[in-house]
Structure formats: C-alpha cells, structure tokens
Design a protein around this ligand. Structure first.
Ligand code: UD1
Ligand code: MG
Length: 448
C-alpha cells in the first residue's frame, strides 16, 4: 500500500512561551519536527509534506534542509483540520493512504504505524492512534462504538468532554487519501475554540458511510510537547531509553543518569563512561575507550583504547585515532590526532594534523587565529613538544623533532631537529641573596 505523510507543524506553540517555534525545539539535539520526518522516511512515504506557519516557515526550511520534503504554509493557525486542508489543496496526494503526524509528538514507533497500516489493509478508511492515560490530561477523547469502531473524538472545552472516560487521542491519523480530501472540505469551526478540528473527521466519516477505527499504543509513545516542562519530560524519556540501549549493547556507565547523549551518538561496546559526560551531535567512539568525568564531546570521532578526560573538551571535526590520550583541561577543535599521541594537560589544539606517537606537552597552545583568519599546523610523528610552547600557525613540524619548553615557534621545523625559541637565561651569582637581604631590611623598617 502506498502512503504519503503530512506533518503538521504550523502551530504557534504559545504554551512554550519562547521566541523559538515549538517544533524547532530540540530533543537530544534533534528538532521536534525532524522526528516526524524520520518516521515518515522509515515507513517509506511516497512524499512528505510539512505544513509550516508564517512565522516558522523559514526556520523550519533551514532545519530540514537536506531532507526531501515539500512545504506549504498555513498563514493563520485556524486548527489542525485547516492545516490538513491546506496540505491537501496544495499537493494532490496520489498515495492510497495519507498519514497525518503532529510535529510535536516525537516518539511514535514504526511498528505502531505498521499496526495502523494493517487496519487499513482490513478495509478501514480512518485509523486513529489512542492510548490509555494514567493521569488526567487535556487530550481529545475517543468515543468508541461496537467492534472496535470509533464514533467521535471529543475535544477539551466541548460539553461532552467530562463525561467521556476513554482512550486519549494521540493526534495521529492514517486515512484513505481520496475520502480525506473530500471530507476535509466539510469540517466546520462551530466549537468553543472556533477552530477547524481534524478530529471532527470521525463524525463526518460516519455520516458519509465510512468506517473509523483505532490502534492503541503505550502512553509514553504519544508524549506530546506543549510546554517547556513537557519538553524536559520528553528529553528525559529519550535519555533514559538511550542509556538503556547503550548499556544493553555493552557500554559501561557508573552513573548513567548523569551522562547525556545526542540522537546520533554511537558508542561501541567495551567503552566506559565515567559520571557527568556530555555528548553533542556527531560523536562516534570505537570500542574499549574510556571517557572520564566532566568531558564535553561534540562532532568528534574517537578510535579504540583511548583515554579522554577528565575535563576534556572535544569540538567539531576532531578525529582521534586508536590509543590516544587527551587529558584534563585539553581542548581540541578541527584536529586530527594519529595513534598513540598524548596531550595530557592544559592544552589547545585547533586546525591541526598531528602525527602518531607524538607528545604535546602541558600548556601547549596552537595559535591558529591571527585575529582575522584561521591557519593550519602540521606536526609529524614521534615529535616532542615541550611544555608551554606556542605554535604559531601556519606551521609545519617534521617527524622526530623536539620543541623546547616555553618556545614561541613561528617558523617551520625540519625533521629530527631541536627548536628553541625563547630568551637565553642568565644566572647572576650572589645577586639573589643580595636582593633577599635588602627586601627583608625594608619590611623590618615598616613593621617598626
Ligand atoms: C491535538 C488534537 C487532540 C490530541 C492532541 C494530541 C485536534 C483538534 N486535537 O490537540 O485530539 O489529543 O493533539 O497531541 O486535532 N497545528 C498546525 N496548525 C494549526 C494548529 C495546529 O499545524 O492551526 C499543528 C501544531 O504545530 C502541532 C499539531 O498540529 O504540531 C497539534 O496541534 P496542537 O495545538 O498541539 O493540538 P492539541 O491542542 O495538542
Ligand atoms: Mg499538542
């Protein structure tokens, strides 16, 4: 069966009380609306249409750039029924069925959609998704008929609402495209909120002799995000599920609840994560690496058997090979570290390529920025950079070279050389003692 997907994402999200549109808030580094796009792709939708609002249209397009989606704009947010009408008027959907997803409901599973599709295969024309809520909520409520049919969905603020004690409506709908396109024109806004409710389609379907039913899923799949509190609840669910999956795949965590991951974090088995580690987007870590506490890692690939942290900051476009050590208060950005290289203490490495088995001494700074432009440095294999060196880019340091501690290096160093770039030390015999005595006399005078 062919399915096209419409994602409703035009709502203002006033309850978020934020200048950022609701569907562009993120969970684990991914925009809310992108969860819907991923689900639509997973069920192999023929086409994906996103209904954006006037105010969030541009930002939504930017957030979804690179995705094969079509956009249409709902100028005034007149309700979910109006949003679907705009999408169907704008694009002639040829698929037999249309799936309506909400941009604020990120955790729906592909298996749930498959269950909805199998109801469609049985001949139902409208299939909604419901759940049994543990606590009171303000979701639409199903009014059920005989043999698993659906007669109506009652929205909050409607007179019947408090009398209905049934499944809550997740918002998702799988509908026969042709019939949906016809009935959507007939939805009216004669309700308390003067909105065009998509959920009114159930009553209309019954009136025109079409069948509606529902699929039930677990409540936590249907978590919707309408406020900052709900966003934090959704984030917690994502993190809890992700930690469980990682541990099941062989990653050790002493204090899982203190480690935070992005939707695309990949960590292979045998890795150990100490407490309080943060993974931004684009992180991939090979097996048996240890990430020590208080490390902040984003956009970085790390090899096997490495030791990172404590207090390491790894920034985007960093590539770390096997058996590398990056220690405390070390920041790395857009840099390649080849295998067995060490940078154990207090260092900044930016825009560089560093060879294998090289030692970056404590306090080494790669001076990559001249105030206007960024410059690149290359450091060879088996190099020893002494402590507190400033490496002023652009710079090339050949294999097997040594940089003396405290040097400010701004010229290339050939292989196997020693580079010293610091003032020559002078020792003045006896002058230390003389100065000490003088100072002591002055302080004695002040005390008297
Ligand atoms: C809706 C359902 C309710 C369901 C709940 C589940 C209706 C009438 N009610 O209510 O039965 O229990 O979702 O989360 O459908 N949107 C637009 N244009 C609009 C209005 C909304 O694109 O004019 C989009 C929003 O961006 C959002 C989604 O539709 O992604 C749902 O809108 P929202 O206002 O959150 O609906 P609820 O009041 O939660
Ligand atoms: Mg909602």
């Amino acid at each position: 069966m062919t399915v096209s997907t419409i994602i409703l994402a035009a709502g203002k999200g006033t309850r978020m009380r934020s200048p950022v549109p609701k569907i562009l808030h993120k969970i684990a580094g991914k925009h809310l609306v992108a969860f819907g796009v991923d689900l639509a792709k997973a069920i192999k939708s023929k086409e994906i249409v996103v209904v954006a609002g006037n105010e969030n249209e541009h930002a939504t397009k930017v957030a979804l750039s690179g995705e094969k989606v079509k956009f249409c704009t709902q100028k005034s947010q007149l309700g979910t029924g109006d949003a679907v009408k705009i999408a169907l008027d704008g694009f002639r959907i040829k698929s037999k069925y249309t799936l309506i997803l909400y941009g604020d409901t990120p955790f729906i599973k592909i298996n749930t959609i498959k269950k909805m599709i199998s109801k469609a295969d049985k001949g139902f024309e409208f299939i909604f998704l419901g759940f049994d809520a543990r606590k009171k909520n303000s979701y639409g409520k199903f009014k059920l008929g005989p043999k698993g049919t659906l007669i109506d969905i009652i929205e909050k603020n409607e007179p019947e609402y408090n009398l209905t004690d049934s499944l809550s409506n997740s918002g998702l709908l799988l509908a026969r495209s042709r019939i949906l396109a016809d009935l959507i024109q007939k939805i009216k806004n004669n309700n308390a909120k003067r909105e065009y409710y998509l959920t009114d389609i159930v009553k209309l379907a019954a009136k025109h002799g079409h069948s509606s039913t529902y699929v039930q899923c677990k409540e936590d799949e249907c978590i919707g995000v309408n406020s900052q509190l709900e966003l934090s609840i959704a984030e917690k669910k994502f993190q809890d599920d992700f930690r469980e999956k990682l541990m099941a795949s062989g990653v050790s965590m002493q204090s899982p609840e203190t480690c935070f991951f992005s939707y695309d974090t990949i960590i292979k088995s045998g890795c150990i994560l100490e407490p309080n580690v943060f993974f931004g987007t684009g992180v991939k870590i090979q097996s048996s690496t240890i990430i020590k506490s208080y490390s902040y890692i984003e956009g970085t690939h790390i090899g096997k058997h490495c030791q990172i942290g404590p207090f390491a900051r790894l920034r985007p476009s960093t590539r770390i090979s096997n058996e590398v050590k990056v220690g405390n208060f070390v920041e790395v950005k857009n840099t390649i570290l080849a295998s067995k290289t060490k940078a154990n203490h207090l260092s900044y490495m930016g825009d560089a390529k560093i060879g294998a088995n090289t030692n970056i001494g404590a306090g080494t700074i790669f001076c990559n920025y001249d105030g206007k432009n960024k410059h690149h440095s290359t450091v060879g294999d088996n190099v020893f950079i002494g402590s507190n060196a400033s490496l002023i880019a652009p710079l090339k340091i050949g294999n097997g070279s040594i940089v003396a501690a405290g040097s400010a290096i701004n010229r290339d160093i050939p292989s196997e050389s020693l580079a010293i770039a610091r003032p020559i030390q002078q020792n003045k015999h006896g002058l230390g003692k003389k100065i000490m005595l003088k100072l002591r006399k002055v302080s004695d005078k002040i005390k008297k």
